[in-house]
Structures are given as structure tokens and as C-alpha cells.
Design a protein around this ligand. Structure first.
Ligand code: NAP
Ligand code: G3H
Length: 484
């Protein structure tokens, strides 16, 4: 506790002022390796949360009247500030969530690019005119003017794994759509989130337009979600949390980006070197802590040995260690997360899976692990590990691969590796997922592509233009023309 007191306590931004909480409670943030106290964030009171929402509600009225060009101006300035703070932000992401330094820097640059593209795209958000005569002759004197209006106050809740990018990916499109935002970062990730808001504040953020709320989701989450002045909830995180939010939100619209169990389906005619390389980078980068990580491999029996040997060989090239050394596989976010992954591996081994590589642990660091002969009775066949373990499930044919892929509760993305494009399109059509990657690893970007999950992987669509559309509401004005 004495040590915590020497750390930097980060304030929250409320209506243009950086403040400490009257709760006088601070939450200490330790790095995933457990070697570094990164800082502290404020545990805000319900009263302060109410003030944040009310302030955002007030600020939104003025903001909605600003021209699209004026909104874009703030976003350009924000992107510039983020780039100026790149080193500080990257070092914070690295320490706080244990991401390799180069990846942390890429996250900041990607975020600045995202914000600039959002400014451009938002300026081109046009309405439409619908001619009534296209329905029947009797409606020929009607025209519908369809415009896009802000929804009001967006509650943005982000996860730990991209503390800057996935937060800005909600805030920037919300602002371009004329909304105000109440932003609650993941607690482990809140320091990165705070610095990102500091950049926005330096860029000239109008008072209250984005208010920052820090505190544990388990303590302030329900209050935020059920607050009557929240008009839309944009959440990224685990499926369990997302489902609970959608139930409690009642009639408030939700956009949910949730967990995944993305399969890589490898056919006998695939370029196995390419497939193995993509499976290794897709499955193990940032220790598998990506919603879009490859989380299972489905391969025909006759191809499995060759593929496994190539995956194993490529795993030798993975760097395991500290984020400061730019390792690909670094300590997992918490000991609870590491225990969970260890449990999945042990369950599979007890039930007869073969360990091809890995299964060493040092604190929260789990070495990249490849399991062969995984069967449907093993938890690792279905659960999202959010850690560096890839289960390989051998199948008899393509139909079985499709069946097992679709048996999952998740439906984020899927990869298909084959040289037969027709077959790939057919398989893609059969898969219950938001996106299919043909001959490539599962991944979110480029960030202007639509991004969505089905089943337990999400509700709603994101991706720059789609995100702006998802956080605005159509308003229809019908012109009834006098005939004759
Ligand atoms: P999480 O535990 O669900 O937390 C996500 C956010 O929800 C955090 O800000 C958390 O705050 C907050 N929260 C927790 N309980 C809440 C409650 N009762 N009410 C309101 N908010 C609450 O997820 P995570 O561990 O940070 O992220 C990993 C998960 O996110 C994985 O399943 C991953 O697949 C998914 N993810 C999905 C996508 C996608 O685009 N589909 C992208 C990234 C991550 P605290 O930190 O204070 O608890
Ligand atoms: O964790 C979820 C992120 O949206 C994944 O993004 O595929 O670029 O790593 P990514």
C-alpha cells in the first residue's frame, strides 16, 4: 500500500476539468508481469458518474449544431495530439497491458489513422431522398427526406486489449455523428485511456463533450448502463459481460463486439506454408489476446501431419518474453487469465490431446502451446482461451469442418485456406460468422471494412462508416406534394 501511494494517481475528466474523486479511493494498476506499478486511477462515485452523464447531455446539444467540417477539425487535431504523445502512449500501453512496444506504437499510429479517416468519412454522411412513386401510382405525390441525426449520449465501454484503439474507435465515429460520449475504459487499460482523452482535451475538446469515467465495471457498470440519460451503449468485451449489458439495457440500443472462437479451416490443396504462417501469427500475436485471434484449426486428417509440422517449425520464430523486448508472446493480462488458459490445456491433455509444443508457464507468461488430436469433449475445442494456445481438430472432410465451425456459440470470423476459390466461396457461405477471410488470417483491419460478429460474438456493425451510421438515427420527413 505504501508503494501504491508513491505512484502517479491519474485524475478523470469531468466537464472540462481534471479531477480526483471525492471517494478518495484509488485503484492500483500493476503491469501483467507483476514487476511494475503503472499508476492509479480514480474509483468514481455514482454522484460523479451522474455528473458526467448530465454534462455530456448538455454538451451534446451544441455539438449537434456544429457543421460536419467543424466536427472533423476536432478529430484532426486529436489525431495530431495522439501522434505527439505517441512515445508516452506506447510506453503506457506496453506497461499497462503487456503489449510488445512496437505493437503498442502501431496501435497509436493506427488510432490516429482511424480518427483521420473517420473525419473524412463523416463529412460525407449524406441523407437520401426516396420517391414515393416507386411504390405505387397512388404514392407518386410523396417524397421522403431521410436524414441522419445523432442519438444523443453514447456510453462507450472498452476492453483491455486495445486500450487506445478500441476506445477511439467508438469515440471518434460517435463525435462525427454529432453525439456526446461518456467513456469508461477497462480498468486495466484506464491509464492508456486517460492519456488518450488528455490528447483529445489538448486538441480543444468542448467541455463535457467527452467525459471520462473510471472505476470497476463490477461496481459502477450497472449504474452507467441503466442510467436514463444514456441513449446508446457501444460495448467491446467478453460475451458474458455483453449479454448481461444487453439484458439490463432494456430498450436502449446496443452495439456489442464480443468474444470469438475463430477457426482456420485448412483444405488439402492449401498453400500450407502460407496457412501455417498465418495460423502462427494470427493465433499467437499479443499472446492470443485478440478477439480475432485464430482460436482453433480444423484440418483434414491426411493434411494434418504436414500442417502441424510447419506450424511447429514457424512457432520456433516466435519471441517469448517481455513486452519491452518486443516479444510476440508476453505475460497474460492477469493471473486469473493465465490460470484459465492452463486449465484448458490440462483438461485437453487429460482427455487425450497430444502436446505438440509449449505448455510451460512462468508467472502469467504461458509459452505458445499447440495441441493436436483435440476432440469435441474438450473445453479448449469450444472456449475462448484469450491466451497462446491453438487446438488442432482433425476432420474427415469439409462438411465436418463446416459443421464443427458452426457448432460454436461464437461467430466472429473464419479463415479458409485453399487454392480452389469456388470451394472457398461455398464454404464461406455456409459459415455462421460476420467475416470470412480467404487465404488470410482472421483480423479486424483495415478499419474501414465492416466488422461484426453473429451469435455470441456480437450485435450491430462497426467499421468506420458503419460505426458512424450505427451511432446515428435515421429521421424521415415526408413531403406530401399537392397534385395537379
Ligand atoms: P470484459 O471483462 O468483458 O471487460 C470489458 C469492459 O467491460 C471493461 O471496461 C470492464 O470494466 C467492463 N465491465 C465489466 N463488468 C461490467 C458491467 N457489469 N457493466 C458494465 N461494464 C462492465 O472484457 P475484457 O477482458 O476487457 O476483454 C476481453 C474480451 O473482449 C474477449 O472476450 C475478447 O474476445 C473481447 N473483445 C472483443 C472484440 C471484438 O471486436 N469483437 C474486441 C476486443 C475484445 P473493468 O475493466 O472495470 O472490469
Ligand atoms: O481484439 C479485437 C480487435 O478488434 C482485433 O483487432 O484483428 O487488428 O488485432 P486486430
Amino acid at each position: 500500500m505504501n508503494e501504491l501511494k508513491t505512484m502517479k494517481a491519474y485524475p478523470f475528466l469531468l466537464n472540462g476539468e481534471w479531477k480526483d474523486s471525492t471517494s478518495e479511493k484509488l485503484i492500483g494498476i500493476e503491469s501483467p508481469s507483476g514487476n511494475d506499478n503503472v499508476g492509479e486511477v480514480q474509483a468514481m462515485t455514482e454522484h460523479e458518474v451522474n455528473a458526467a452523464i448530465a454534462g455530456a447531455n448538455d454538451a451534446q446539444q451544441n455539438w449537434a449544431r456544429k457543421s460536419f467540417a467543424a466536427r472533423a477539425q476536432l478529430l484532426y487535431a486529436w489525431a495530431e495530439q495522439l501522434l505527439e504523445m505517441k512515445d508516452e502512449l506506447a510506453a503506457t500501453i506496453m506497461k499497462e497491458v503487456g503489449k510488445g512496444l512496437a505493437s503498442a506504437e502501431k496501435e497509436v499510429i493506427r488510432t490516429a489513422d482511424f480518427i483521420k479517416y473517420t473525419a473524412e468519412e463523416g463529412k460525407r454522411l449524406h441523407g437520401e431522398l426516396i420517391n414515393g412513386g416507386s411504390f405505387n401510382a397512388g404514392s407518386a405525390n410523396k417524397f421522403a427526406l431521410v436524414n441522419r441525426n445523432p442519438v444523443g449520449v453514447v456510453l462507450a465501454i472498452s476492453p483491455f486489449n486495445y486500450p487506445v484503439n478500441l476506445s477511439a474507435a467508438k469515440i471518434a465515429p460517435a463525435l462525427m455523428g454529432g453525439n456526446a460520449v461518456v467513456f469508461k475504459p477497462a480498468t486495466q487499460g484506464a491509464i492508456g485511456g486517460t492519456l488518450m482523452v488528455e490528447a483529445l482535451d489538448k486538441a480543444g475538446l468542448p467541455s463535457g463533450l467527452v467525459n471520462l469515467v473510471t472505476g470497476k465495471g463490477s461496481e459502477i457498470g450497472d449504474h452507467l448502463i441503466t442510467h436514463p440519460q444514456i441513449d446508446l451503449i457501444n460495448f467491446t468485451g467478453g460475451s458474458k459481460t455483453g449479454k448481461s449489458i444487453s439484458q439490463k439495457a432494456s430498450m436502449v440500443p446496443v452495439i456489442l463486439e464480443l468474444g470469438g472462437k475463430d477457426p482456420a479451416i485448412v483444405l488439402e490443396d492449401a498453400d500450407l506454408d502460407k496457412a501455417a504462417a498465418d495460423i502462427v501469427s494470427g493465433g499467437f500475436s499479443y499472446s492470443g489476446q485478440r478477439c480475432t485471434a485464430i482460436k482453433r484449426v480444423l484440418v483434414q486428417d491426411e493434411t494434418a501431419d504436414a500442417l502441424l509440422s510447419k506450424i511447429k517449425e514457424k512457432m520456433e520464430g516466435l519471441k517469448v518474453g517481455a513486452p519491452e523486448d518486443n516479444a510476440d508472446v508476453t505475460p497474460l493480462i492477469s493471473s486469473k487469465a493465465a490460470d484459465y488458459v492452463t486449465g484448458l490445456i490440462e483438461d485437453a491433455l487429460e482427455k487425450g490431446a497430444a502436446l505438440v509444443k509449449g505448455n510451460h508457464r512462468n508467472g502469467n507468461l504461458i509459452y505458445p502451446t499447440l495441441l493436436d488430436g483435440v476432440t469435441k469433449d474438450m473445453d479448449v475445442a469450444w472456449e475462448e482461451p484469450f491466451g497462446p494456445v491453438i487446438p488442432v481438430i482433425r476432420v474427415k472432410n469439409v462438411e465436418e469442418a463446416i459443421h464443427i465451425a458452426n457448432e460454436s456459440e461464437y461467430g466472429l470470423q473464419a479463415s479458409i485456406f485453399t487454392r480452389n476459390m469456388e470451394k472457398a466461396i461455398h464454404i464461406g457461405n455456409e459459415l455462421e460468422v460476420g467475416s470470412v477471410q480467404i487465404n488470410g488470417k482472421t483480423e479486424r483491419g483495415p478499419d474501414h471494412f465492416p466488422f461484426l460478429g453473429v451469435k455470441s460474438s456480437g450485435v450491430g456493425v462497426q467499421g468506420i462508416r458503419k460505426s458512424i451510421e450505427s451511432m446515428t438515427r435515421e429521421k424521415v420527413t415526408v413531403l406530401n406534394m399537392t397534385q395537379g
